[in-house]
Ligand binder design. Sequence first.
Ligand SMILES: CC(=O)N[C@H]1[C@@H](OP(=O)(O)OP(=O)(O)OC[C@H]2O[C@@H](n3ccc(=O)[nH]c3=O)[C@H](O)[C@@H]2O)O[C@H](CO)[C@@H](O)[C@@H]1O[C@H](C)C(=O)N[C@@H](C)C(=O)N[C@@H](CCC(=O)O)C(=O)O
Ligand SMILES: Nc1ncnc2c1ncn2[C@@H]1O[C@H](COP(=O)(O)OP(=O)(O)OP(=O)(O)O)[C@@H](O)[C@H]1O
Length: 449
Amino acid sequence: MTDTFIDPRNSQQFRFVRNTFADGVAELVYAFDDGPELVERVTFPGAPAVPPEREAALAAALRLLHLVAGVSYYKAGIPAGIVVEGQPLDEPTARLLDALYLHGLAEFAYRNRLDLRGRIAFPFKRHATVPATAAGLPPRSLLPIGGGKDSVVAVEAVKSIGADATATWVGNSPLIAECAARTGLPTLNISRELAPGLFELNRLGAWNGHIPVTAINSVILAVAAILYGYDSIVFANERSASVATLEYDGQEVNHQWSKGFGFEKSLHDYLHTHVAADLDYCSLLRPWSELAVTSAFARLGAEYFNVFSSCNRNFRILGPKPADRWCGQCPKCHFVFLALAPFMAKPRLLSIFGRNLLDDDALAGAFDALLEYKDHKPFECVGEGAEARAALAALAERPEWREDALVARFRTEILPQLQPDELGLEPWLKPGASHLVPQRLLGALDALG
Ligand SMILES: CC(=O)N[C@H]1[C@@H](OP(=O)(O)OP(=O)(O)OC[C@H]2O[C@@H](n3ccc(=O)[nH]c3=O)[C@H](O)[C@@H]2O)O[C@H](CO)[C@@H](O)[C@@H]1O[C@H](C)C(=O)N[C@@H](C)C(=O)N[C@@H](CCC(=O)O)C(=O)O
Ligand SMILES: Nc1ncnc2c1ncn2[C@@H]1O[C@H](COP(=O)(O)OP(=O)(O)OP(=O)(O)O)[C@@H](O)[C@H]1O
């Protein structure tokens, strides 16, 4: 092993070296060729010793975490070779990872003009895997909190049926901590420290870009569920997250790929067969569009209006964070402002954002992209173009909004080009059929209807 980093774009192999777990700290170790080790640490506070019937599940969840979290490091070099030290993977594990790395890095590949098709192939040995058994997990849920409207809506729905649940988040965001405290639920904060070597590799000119962070958070929560004893992990990923940002050269690029239903179903099934038969993974908001979620948030979220934020710039590890909770400049701020506007009193919305984003001519291009007018949807966690158009069409009819610069522009320039029967708000408020919410929590799903 050498001790100096070189540009990983010249490497031949990405190696999953080992993972260890002691005193509540998981160490996930990677390397390019025989270069320095990259060590990510995830700390589970006050982790108890697991009972014997959960040991196999914990080992399987930690191994999966090692494999999934590797995507942050693999992307730095994308070498042709992938080596997994230790016990060979079985075919279903390799397939899960192939899909995650290919689709979860699709935006990264598109923006760096790379083609990862045919390049990512996790090695596996064909052998029969003994299916995971039940780990004796008690009936309580981990509710991930992201600081924004989606998790608030899911939390309030779960609270409404009195289910036993813990508000959980990964990382050290004070904003998320404040939202979690506001839920009134018990809380669990898991720390995650990326390998410092990744930033050194970035300085050396490594490939860089977006990664499927929800997949990583999901598997961190799977480890937590086994460790602390929870039978379900209940995310707040809406239906709209499954819709691609753009398509090119016969493939879809979805900024939110690991928030989509395809990944949810794959991980749900994998956890049952390979980790613990009694561990459920689902998204409570899966049947709902972004507009249905903002409508529910306007109804259920008043307690959070002065603490929540959907602006992802708050959650940077390195880059500058906004002075206020909403930067007002990113697509996420623009979309959430627009999606809340039909459901919230205008003065309330302006007090949350500090200004009227729809009365700012300079933002015309930004809102056009949200509408998929002259541009594709931005690479951000935003709803479908059609729901953005429905929201603006609704505002165009409201006296308090219709004269604001961008609403007036929409009325005169864009609306005449659209089909009136495709602009209704109501269809967006109806649930879709697909979800994986377990029986015990179905009442929470009903609470949103
Ligand atoms: C907060 C954020 O949006 N960050 C994205 C941004 O990174 P930036 O350089 O501006 O800041 P940092 O977050 O401090 O990242 C520093 C470097 O570390 C890499 N990195 C970070 C976390 C991680 O888990 N793995 C990593 O490798 C990162 O690449 C930087 O080099 O731009 C980056 C490049 O496009 C994005 O990768 C950063 O995104 C974060 C991983 C992140 O947490 N983003 C979520 C807010 C996010 O995008 N969520 C999506 C869900 C996507 C999914 O499929 O799960 C969403 O809400 O739609
Ligand atoms: N740091 C985190 N730790 C654990 N879960 C997270 C974290 N960040 C986001 N999540 C979860 O990932 C899912 C997607 O995040 P997303 O940012 O869309 O949700 P949100 O912050 O609740 O709402 P918004 O769309 O308003 O930002 C949600 O279930 C959220 O709780």
